[in-house]
Design a binder for this molecule. Sequence first.
Ligand code: I6G
Length: 834
Amino acid sequence: MPDPAAAARAAKLRARIEDANHRYYVLDDPSIPDAEYDALMRELEALEAEHPELASDDSPTRTVGTRPDGGFPEVRHAIPMLSLANAFETAGVPEDADDRTRYAEVADFERRIEQRLGVSAPVFSVEPKLDGLAISLRYEDGVFVQGATRGDGASGENVTANLRQVRAVPLKLRIGKSPPPAVLEVRGEIYMPRKAFADWNANALERNEKLLANPRNGAAGSLRQLDPAVTRRRPLAFFAYGVGEVVGLELPDTHSQTLQLLRGFGFPVASEVDTAVGLDGLLAYFRRIGELRDTLPYDIDGVVYKLDDYDQQREMGFVSRAPRWALAHKFPAQEQATVLRAIEVQVGRTGAITPVARLEPVQVAGVTVTNATLHNADQIARLDVREGDTVIVRRAGDVIPEIVRVIEERRTVGAAPWTMPSQCPVCGSQLVREEGAAAWRCSGGLACAAQRKEAARHFASRRAMDIEGLGDRQAEALVEFGFVHSPADLYALTVEDLVRMKAALDAATAADLAEAVADSRGALLLDPRGQALLADDAYEWKNAAFLRRHLAVDLSGKLATRWAENLVAAIAASKATTLPRFLFALGIPHLGETTAKSLAQWLGSLDFIRSTPAVLLQALPDIGAEVGRSIATFFEQPGNAAVVDALLAAGIVFADESPPSAALRERLGLAHLLEALPVDKLGGKSAERLADIYVTLDALLRANASGWTGAGLSSAGAENLAAYLADVEALADLRAADVAMRRLLDAAPAQAARAQGPLDGKSVVLTGTLDSMTRDEAGERLEALGARVAGSVSKKTHLVVAGENAGSKLAKAQELGIETWDEAQLLAFLAKHA
Ligand code: I6G
């Protein structure tokens, strides 16, 4: 009489295992981590061993995988594809346990073989166990005729067409002149190499596509594509590990020799395949491969031990679904389930926002994981991961742990979808997302503590404020050691501050050096000032305290003081600058040097640039919607505004400020404001008509929808406009834009200033390498003659100057019929207008 409680538990376990099998083998969408699956299987095995009356032939403990689901024709395997018995580290063993206790299951496996065969320390063939998809390749008369998945072991799916697309699968055996075997079935694993998997996902992330959960899933999903062309594009590889049916070929006596034979036939076999003797040999191999695991180019989940001698294999035979002569010894799992406590966002040094998962601590592949990356907001939406969810975390090699899927069945009621916070967690500035981009970023570039180093480095750099003597490392160190919080603090630095900073920087460098010395006994090293230290000196230098003392003495001396005095002078000199340099130095996303120059030419002064709303900036050439929004958002952040004010208060002055360009009159007006509104059925023509009739925004607003239709706007357009203006904030923005626009137009001269140079109003592009000067220098000289130097060639380009090795820009200019000059023509022109 079966024990009812045991029977009920067995039924529950079988249902869960069968569901997991279906999700894993058929849908390529595993529901639970491997470790959890293994635990369920072991519990069922133990239950069936204790209650033999519960065992049945269709129990998942007696079958392999799952039956094919009908997507591909079925193939019966001539010789069943079995599975392997698994061995894990004994649960809860103390730290100092000996090998026989820690690896009791492996020890039992080896002992059973010794006892049954009456031999001591038998020889095993040993190999890494790839985390891929088991397949069988059938060759008839040396030609690949059929490829199948393992399926339930008795029959699998016919995926021949797809396997033909995998470059590592030979289409013919390499057998030279000898006659091919009538039949040879080769068994092995299809897998996706780690790098290919990472590249694939990096690309998918960029293209906003679904990520592959792990290389195994990637391999399985790729092989089960209905269109072989899709499989062809997937980076799949193959390793052979054994044979099935063989006719017309005498196999060697051992498995390791068979693997050699397969290599000779043209099949890839893992280079880590080896032989090992007795239990000690097996465990030594397990440890060796365990140490290599993170550096291997493919994912493995353990190693496989097989008795090497085929006679001995035959003598051992099989038990239920697995051979008694082989064992899979599993490593700690790379995927584990845990609870996601919270999703927080981190701010990178350039302001990019990365969502990070805070997890209930969990052991993954031998390491405690508490945080995992979620990549970006799109990935969170794709996974539909919510705070409180049970998630599967994966850690493979040295990559950052990531969340690969959610166990939706375990979601608690009421868990809400996650949304991106609106403000930066570090500085409180607005988080913005560029159109079409996956990444969000913090708009508080100058004021955000997370971005301080980058802001200081960029501000001081050659193309920005060009502060001589303040290199990247020193600019960052000023922030690191607390001397500078924003670029404005640079202007308050004293010689003493800089000497102290340099001492701190060199002490840190010295500590790094001391560590390097300790790590590389006897190697040739450089000291912090670049002098070579020979091996013997290096030993003297390995004491960090000695190094710190040595450098501190040196740096409080003349060298450091002279450096600091020069730097203070260079910082002071940088106060007299140009408006484009200053704008570029602020590090506004999308504001490059060309845009900075254009902005300065059109709006003339910082005062106008910082107060012009996005809708007006967009009307300027070279500044599209995205750049306009980026500039306006930057100046709207109170933190950024405070730093800009502090910079001006520190005495920054511009030699080149002027009134706004007279040409603004052609670009700005009521029609432009209306056209830029996100209002359906209010296009350019209707906007112009309304502007002609009402002239001012106030007049337009005093009228109503029926007035607007009378003025020629369609009734749908009028209705949409009325609905838009009913929003108080939208109306306030429009009024503010109108005020800003009128201020600009009032300040702009009525007529353009007289032409300044022979290239006035001309757009010039420089490409290729010039001999006599850099492209920057050439650009500056052309600008001095009135040209606007642009980065890309378009129909609006007037002239392209092409140096050596000019490429696509020159070709495009020729295609568009644009005038092109070589370097000699450029020099002649510059000489004439010098
Ligand atoms: O060497 C092997 C590696 C992986 C195997 C194997 C395997 O399954 C994924 N399965 C069997 C049945 C055998 N060797 C004999």
